[in-house]
Design a binder for this molecule. Structure first.
Ligand code: AMP
Ligand code: MG
Length: 358
């Protein structure tokens, strides 16, 4: 039988951060808040500790971890080279929601990098994350603190739902700010390539670097024959248990289509839910709606998306209909998660304003 650990759940005050630092030094697992989502931390330089992360999350061993640091000095120990473009990006966006891919130094075990010769590194800005890393005095490997495949956790209660009994400690620092994982940028080649979209957008990077491309796997449905650069991209992700369909087109087409489909499902005895915004809520009448935010402020949609996806599981719905959220600088990052959650199941208005998916 699997070992059940007595998980300590504590408010992230000074005393509990010190205790968490000791746990990390001893090779244990601590979940903690960052500005993006909650992370599941372990000593990045200890192969046994890194291996425990994969076991606790049920994560495939070839899906590498992001290493979290608090100062530039810590970077020099874990990477073998830093390109001028990486310097520019770090100067502008660290600390913050940006992860960079470097060639790794010998110090970093392959358990942390999922067998790759590169390592992903981020410097978080969240005060609890920073205090914890300083307290441990180590680079901390920390993927999102959810069971593999589930939506990333944006509050300590989400972490508890997934990992209670599987990890040593959960530091509760309240709700995270951003709610989407970091932007991942590969800076090992000639020009920066975004491997995962996030709060820092392609436009932000282009404004600084002149050019920046998106990895093809972000834009459309992943090709099963292509080996993705960010190995996490190939796995099913964020998926609620119910089937999910994204409906795209003019606002009127979207609400009419969703209402008609939902009425048919309800007549068949299915439990249906809708993911919509404050602007469109009234158009769905009596349907069970989860309002993810407002189109007037796309940051609210990013902030609430993963929480809404978890709520569908709690309510045990059979079918989810969602609006699409391509607009604005965060649209790409939000749709990247939503498309994965829906298994790329999209209905588009014929001749609508929205382009094809790939
Ligand atoms: P998570 O922290 O759960 O959001 O997962 C970390 C993500 O970072 C995974 O999807 C990985 O694919 C990506 N990642 C980590 N290390 C590397 C690397 N060396 N090269 C490319 N992608 C990476
Ligand atoms: Mg994750």
């Amino acid at each position: 039988m699997e070992n059940i650990i007595d998980t300590i759940c504590a408010k992230a005050d000074e005393a509990s951060i010190r205790q968490a630092g000791q746990i990390l030094k001893r090779g244990g697992l601590v979940a903690f808040p960052t500005e993006t989502v909650y992370g599941l931390g372990a000593d990045a330089l200890n192969e046994d500790a890194a291996a425990k992360i994969y076991a606790a999350k049920g994560r495939p061993s070839d899906n590498p971890l992001i290493v979290h640091i608090t100062e530039r000095k810590m970077l020099d120990g874990i990477v073998s080279e830093v390109s001028p473009q990486a310097e520019l990006l770090m100067e502008k966006f660290w600390p913050g929601p940006m992860t960079l891919i470097f060639r790794k130094s010998e110090q970093v075990p392959y358990e942390t990098t999922g067998g790759l010769d590169t390592v992903a590194v981020r410097m978080p800005s969240h005060p609890v994350a920073r205090r914890l890393i300083q307290e441990a005095g180590l680079p901390i490997a920390a993927p999102s603190a959810n069971l593999s495949g589930r939506p990333s956790p944006t509050s300590a209660s989400h972490v508890e739902e997934d990992l209670n009994g599987r990890i040593d400690m959960i530091l509760d620092g309240g709700d995270v700010q951003i709610g989407l994982e970091s932007t991942i940028i590969d800076v090992t080649g000639d020009a920066p390539v975004i491997l995962r979209p996030g709060f820092i957008s392609r436009e932000d990077v282009e404004a600084l670097m002149g050019s920046c491309t998106l990895d093809p796997a972000i834009v459309g449905k992943p090709d099963p024959n292509l080996r993705p650069k960010a190995p996490g991209m190939k796995y099913r992700h964020y998926a609620p248990q119910a089937d999910m369909l994204i409906v795209e087109g003019d606002p009127d087409f979207v609400t009419r289509t969703i209402c008609a489909k939902a009425a048919k499902d309800l007549a068949e005895g299915k439990k249906v839910a809708v993911l919509c915004t404050e602007e469109s809520r009234a158009a769905y009448g009596d349907l069970s709606c989860h309002t993810v935010g407002t189109r007037g402020n796309e940051e609210t949609i990013a902030h609430n998306l993963f929480r809404c996806l978890r709520e569908f599981d709690e309510e045990k719905v059979d079918m989810i209909y969602s609006e699409s959220f391509r607009e604005g600088t965060l649209g790409g990052a939000i749709m990247n998660r939503l498309l994965k959650a829906a298994g790329y199941h999209v209905l588009q208005q014929i001749g609508g304003a929205h382009g094809s998916l790939s």
